[in-house]
Design a protein around this ligand. Sequence first.
Ligand code: DLL
Length: 433
Amino acid sequence: MERYYQPEIETASPEQIRAWQSERLVSQVRHVYDNVPYYRKKMEDAGLTPDDIHGVDDLHKLPFLSKADLREAYPYGLVAEPLKNCVRIQSTSGTTGKRVVAFYTQSDIDLWEDCCARAITAAGGTDEDVCQVSYGYGLFTGGPGLNGGSHKVGCLTVPTSSGNTERQIMFIRDLSTTILCCTPSYAAYLGESMKEMGLGPDDIPLKAGIFGAEAWSEEMRHDIEKTLGIKAYDIYGLTELSGPGVAFECSAQNGMHINEDHFIAEIIDPNTGEVLPDGVQGELVFTSITKKAFPLLRYRTRDICTLTHEKCPCGRTHVRMSKPRGRTDDMLIIRGVNVFPSQVETVLLNLGYGANYQIIVDRVNHTDTLDVHVEMTPEMFTDNMGEIAQRQKKITEGLRSMLGLTAKVTLVAPKSIVRSEGKAVRVIDNRKI
Ligand code: DLL
């Protein structure tokens, strides 16, 4: 039987959800207009006052907010509560420019942890479970968010944070961990390390994993499920909106339910800003309607996916988003062709490789070059040049049919590509454009 953390909310009627959204949107717009000069100016520039927003139907009138706005207003320019009411910040790992700093009141943290508790419950978690949180703790939201959710569910929480892989495996075995939370690339690495230690899925008590924070393919899901002997659930979120738990997978594993009592989702055409219907792929935009310290209206995530309101067999009524296939800013344009790293991953995993690869893009004589380095698995490792050439050719063909591009594929020795304890770095773009 399906279990819910907050059944009356998670299975509410669509009419009820819309009513909550309308009421909360109206008061959120008033809250930011009254308390954030940056927003007030943006709304004034768009010729709007809070009186123009009567409910969800008026959402499209509001201007979009982008990462550029967050940078401009850094660090305190979008905070909507007096700082004495704020109790925490979290921050993105941003490698370029300023990091995003998000603020939380105690009530914001409480609602965020509820969202994570819904995700853990949807993955089968109860107060009988031992939940090991191997996402990073600190400024990154992964550790703190799932830690809080795990407490709310009543799991025995093991806050290992990421890294120290042998200790992770030792704790999984010694403490009988049943639920593992980490990035999918770290889950794959844990599986690989277990194999090296001579351990198989039957040697560990894990039953479920809650993996997110980066794009991962269905093929990678199957691989992880097989190596760890678990059911692997996806979880989505971003620092700007709270962290993990904005959306999560249920037992149907066919899209992630967005917590619509806290976030209104839209899909837009990234070029025109036009709102798109269900099933059409575009950029995901969120409006947070319950957060008080750092409320974002129509925030452009840059994540590319689709939405569906189709009925879900799990009984939850909240809209589902598809697995993001990547971000608009992750998408590579190589010789005019759009390439997402997840497409390369799909080809490699279908051919029996792991998710250890690197995409290197450069520009030589005004032409883009695409190099893909792929690790051989220990089972296929060989120094037979004929066999290696044959394998490389097969991958090149697979990539050509997926991308319509010819890549230079190089097979490399097992374990030669550096592993990540958090989000994997798979693309190196050396083009100076
Ligand atoms: O990654 C929050 C998080 C922590 C989510 C733990 C899930 C689990 P940021 O560091 O701000 O926050 O990065 C947010 O990561 O816009 C997506 O591009 C990507 N992302 C997050 N979850 C998924 C997912 C956390 N399940 C950015 N699938 C987002 C694909 C994801 N991409």
